[in-house]
Write a protein that binds this ligand. Structure first.
Ligand code: PLP
Length: 461
């Protein structure tokens, strides 16, 4: 098919996720045909650096021989078989491997197929855990302001992002919102560690009797704009959960599998959650797979007699899909073979000074980095953190211009997010940072950059 034919088909039939379809339809979409390492190629043969890691999930790059081969070998056996009433070797092996690398105490793995299903399963497990123990009133949750846990109803209820989910608020279940420890952004709850923990404590003091669990994105709140939590916050949340007898759910869909330089962000503060949600990078970014890990104690609470109704009646058709599981196993092998966590740590230290120089740009308000998770927040006035008029769509315009320079990144509002494959080298990071600097230097704080027509395609999120 020609590029024009694919674009025409797309325009006619496809509704894109998180996309302003009016803008989309007014432009020619980029058609990606193949990838290699940290790059993808369009239908005209142009090469782009995959600065979003294909939406925060690619780990070892594209077309990785070992993962390709694992999937091909599995295809010669079976593409899909269910975990409802049956099992298969890749799923069983992967569950063992995940338990081996997860924070201590997590012993059981429940598979699903996306980040949202991993968190949804965690919420239901937490609520039913208390129900099974004869405490049905403990069915509410604590989330953080501006957290994001996915787009299903439970996930939206606990991660109530203003930008994404406002139309659905009336249909969401009751959740208590603790202030997120956001150090910079005006307009949000700009409190630091102690205040945030005090806010959480206040909720627990009043409502612990009806709360099943606290859910947080440990260390980095990705979709909120790569908000990096202050040191000690995560451990503080764990301590409060213990003190008030509520479970802790760690949503590591974005942070898991090496992005923070540790296998899991919880490892950075030696925190073991009661439930751990994994997705995105679990298959190296190849196939949809997710997992919710939990403790023996929680699992055991579901072991009543069949007629007691304590079973976890939850599941998805593609749960434990063997193709996805072999991709995940190969990906885990590659972490060890390539000493990837070390690469992430060393590379991140190598480019962080370069990143910090962006602070000189007159529209850079805040630079947030946790190893390979980077957010550069653009504001009209860095002193007061006054944001740009959202109608200017400054972040989207900058990303559009970077695309012309062969770099794919997406904004979260006016925060430019750089979250590339973990194999990215320091030189590639520097290439992205210097291209970003060139574009940022063109922006005037008062006028912004948005020339009409300039902001097409990228969308705001
Ligand atoms: N949780 C977190 C922390 C995320 O960042 C995301 C996606 O960005 C999700 C959950 C939802 O994952 P998915 O898009 O695979 O449903």
């Amino acid at each position: 098919m020609t590029t024009a034919e694919i674009q025409a088909l797309d325009r006619q039939f496809v509704w894109h996720p998180f996309t302003h379809m009016k803008l989309w339809l007014a432009d020619d979409p980029l058609v990606i045909t193949h990838g290699e390492g940290a790059y993808v190629f369009d239908s005209d043969g142009r090469k782009y650096f995959d600065g979003t890691a294909s939406l925060w999930c690619n780990v070892h790059g594209h077309r990785v021989p070992k993962i390709d081969a694992a999937i091909r070998d599995q295809l010669a056996k079976i593409g899909h078989t269910t975990l409802l009433g049956l099992t298969n070797e890749p799923a069983a092996k992967l569950a063992e491997r995940l338990v081996q690398i997860a924070p201590s105490g997590l012993k059981k793995v429940f598979f699903s197929d996306s980040g949202a299903t991993a968190t949804e399963a965690a919420f239901k497990m937490a609520a039913q855990y208390w129900w099974n123990l004869g405490r049905p009133e403990k069915c509410e949750f604590v989330g953080l302001t501006e957290a994001y846990h996915g787009d299903t109803v439970g996930a939206m209820s606990v991660g109530r992002t203003t930008a994404f989910h406002k139309p659905y608020w009336p249909m969401l279940f009751k959740t208590h919102f603790a202030p997120a420890p956001i150090e910079y952004r005006a307009g949000l709850h700009a409190r630091v560690c102690d205040d945030a923990l005090l806010g959480l404590r206040a909720i627990l003091e009043k409502h612990a009797n009806t709360i099943a669990a606290i859910c947080i994105e440990p260390k980095v709140m990705g979709a909120a704009g790569m908000i990096v939590q202050p040191e000690g916050y995560l451990a503080g949340v764990r301590a409060l959960a213990d003190e008030f007898n509520v479970l802790l759910i760690a949503d590591e869909v974005a942070t898991g599998f090496g992005r923070t330089g540790a296998m899991f962000a919880c490892d950075l503060e030696e925190v073991a959650p009661d439930l751990l949600c994994l997705g995105k990078g679990i298959t190296g970014g190849y196939l949809p797979l997710a997992a919710t890990l939990t403790t023996q104690k929680i699992f055991d609470a579901f072991l009543g007699e069949p007629w007691e109704g304590k079973t976890f009646f939850h599941g998805h058709t593609y749960t434990g899909n063997p193709l996805a599981c072999v991709a995940a196993l190969a990906s885990l092998d590659l972490f060890a073979e390539n000493d990837l966590l070390n690469h992430v740590r060393e590379t991140a230290s190598a480019f962080s000074l370069d990143l910090a120089t962006l602070k000189d740009c007159p529209v850079v308000g805040d630079i947030r980095q946790c190893r390979f998770m980077v957010g550069v927040e653009l504001v009209a006035d860095p002193e007061t953190a006054r944001p740009f008029d959202p109608r200017l769509r400054v972040g989207a315009a900058v990303c559009q211009r970077l695309r012309a320079r062969g770099i794919l990144v997406r904004p979260l509002g006016d925060t430019i997010v750089i979250n590339p494959p973990l194999i990215t080298t320091a030189e590639e990071w520097r290439m992205v940072i210097s291209a970003l600097r060139i574009e940022l230097d063109k922006i005037t704080p008062d006028a912004g950059v948005a020339e009409r027509g300039d902001e097409q395609i990228a969308g705001d999120y």
